[in-house]
Every structure is written in C-alpha cells, then in structure tokens.
Design a protein around this ligand. Structure first.
Ligand code: DX5
Ligand code: ZN
Length: 206
C-alpha cells in the first residue's frame, strides 16, 4: 500500500520532524491547505518549509480560491494537486490549469458528497481523494460509510478503463486501514506523527 503522511497534526519543531519523516519510506508528504473559508480552520504557509521536504508532495487544497493557492504552491513542485469538487468554480477549468503546469490532478469529495458529482470528470483526472472525515482537522474518527464510495469508484474504473488512483484521507490507522483495501493510497496524519517512531507506524499501514 502506498502511504502519504499528513503533517497537519505536527505542532512544534516542524523542521526537525520533517527531517525525521524524510528518513522514513513514506511515499508522499501530504500537505493540507485550509483557507478559513472552504473550511473553518486556516493552515500555515508551507512554502518556507520547501527545503525541508525531500519526498514527493501530495497537495490537498481545502480552499475556495483554487487558482490563487495553485499559483502560490507551484513553487513547491507538488507531484499531485487535489482540490474539492464542492468549490464554486468551473471544475473543468481547474483541471486544465493544473494539467498545464504538468502536475497530476486530483479531485476530492467530502464524506457527504456523492460519487455522481465526479462523473463528468472521471476520464481526465489522475486521482480521487475520498475524504473519510469532514475536512478541516486532523485526529478525527474514520467514517465507515465512505467505504462503499471507494468500492464503487474502483468498480467504475475497472468497467470503463479509467486511470485515476483512489486515495482515502482521514482517521486512517492500523484498524481502519482494513476497510480501505480497495484504495491505492492511504493518507495518515496523527496515527503516524503523534508517535516517536514514524517508520514503525508507516509499516503498520503498508
Ligand atoms: C483533514 C485532512 C486530513 C487529515 C489526516 O481535513 O485532510 O489529511 O488531517 O489526518 P488524520 O490521519 O489525523 O485524520
Ligand atoms: Zn488531507
């Protein structure tokens, strides 16, 4: 299983903890960007941490104004840029903007948003991020009802020959990962970064 480590729950010594994360075999570092509009919380600017991140970046934009954040974060060269289908913007345009920048494009959906909202875009996107908690905070409980979405998306991919990866994000730990066998990438934050030995936690998710 591919693992993407969210650093949202790291509160202090972030540079040192990123160094520690660079020493693990995490496949990605997942950066959660919140604007205080799309979600209540607001996150720090991650750009000053650029030189401390030695893993591919998986950028999760929980923001209304996607183009502005995309312009800002492109200097970190994220491998994947994911935005929410619930934003009040032309989704098609956003997909093209990200593709123009030669980044992989992901679309995320909140737990309450049905998979049908993604149907117009399935052919052209590289990743679907299925949220398994309400967006906005780390350390929440996994919502089991999203499992059927993961399974449905996998079935559709097989039937229609689409190429998107399925990523699941929120409340993932050694127990809840068992419900996500059909996913390709697990995002996990507090389960990894609230412990001393990050690698030991990552090993439990593999
Ligand atoms: C929630 C974020 C998630 C989350 C992951 O809004 O998108 O990435 O923080 O952290 P844990 O694993 O603690 O739920
Ligand atoms: Zn996230």
């Amino acid at each position: 299983m591919v693992v993407s480590t969210s650093i949202l729950s790291i509160r202090e010594n972030i540079e040192q903890k990123l160094e520690q994360l660079n020493q693990t075999d995490t496949d990605y570092i997942h950066l959660d960007v919140m604007d205080g509009k799309f979600v209540k919380n607001q996150t720090r600017d991650y750009v000053p941490l650029k030189n401390h991140i030695k893993k591919p970046i998986d950028l999760h934009l929980m923001v209304e104004d996607v183009p502005t954040y995309l312009e800002h974060y492109q200097q970190m060269h994220p491998e994947i840029v994911t935005f929410h289908v619930e934003v009040n913007t032309n989704v098609e345009k956003l997909i093209h903007r990200i593709k123009e920048k030669k980044m992989k494009v992901g679309i995320s959906l909140k737990p309450s948003t049905p998979v049908t909202f993604l149907f117009p875009y399935l052919e052209e996107i590289d990743l679907i991020l299925v949220m398994s908690v309400g967006p906005g905070a780390g350390g929440q409980m996994f919502l089991p009802f999203v499992v059927s979405k993961i399974e449905l998306l996998k079935r559709i991919r097989e039937e229609r020959g689409y190429h998107y990866l399925i990523e699941v994000d929120g409340g993932i730990n050694a127990e809840t990962k068992k419900f996500c066998k059909e996913a390709d990438i697990l995002v996990s934050g507090s389960f990894i970064t609230n412990q001393e030995d990050y690698q030991k936690q990552i090993d439990q998710l593999r």
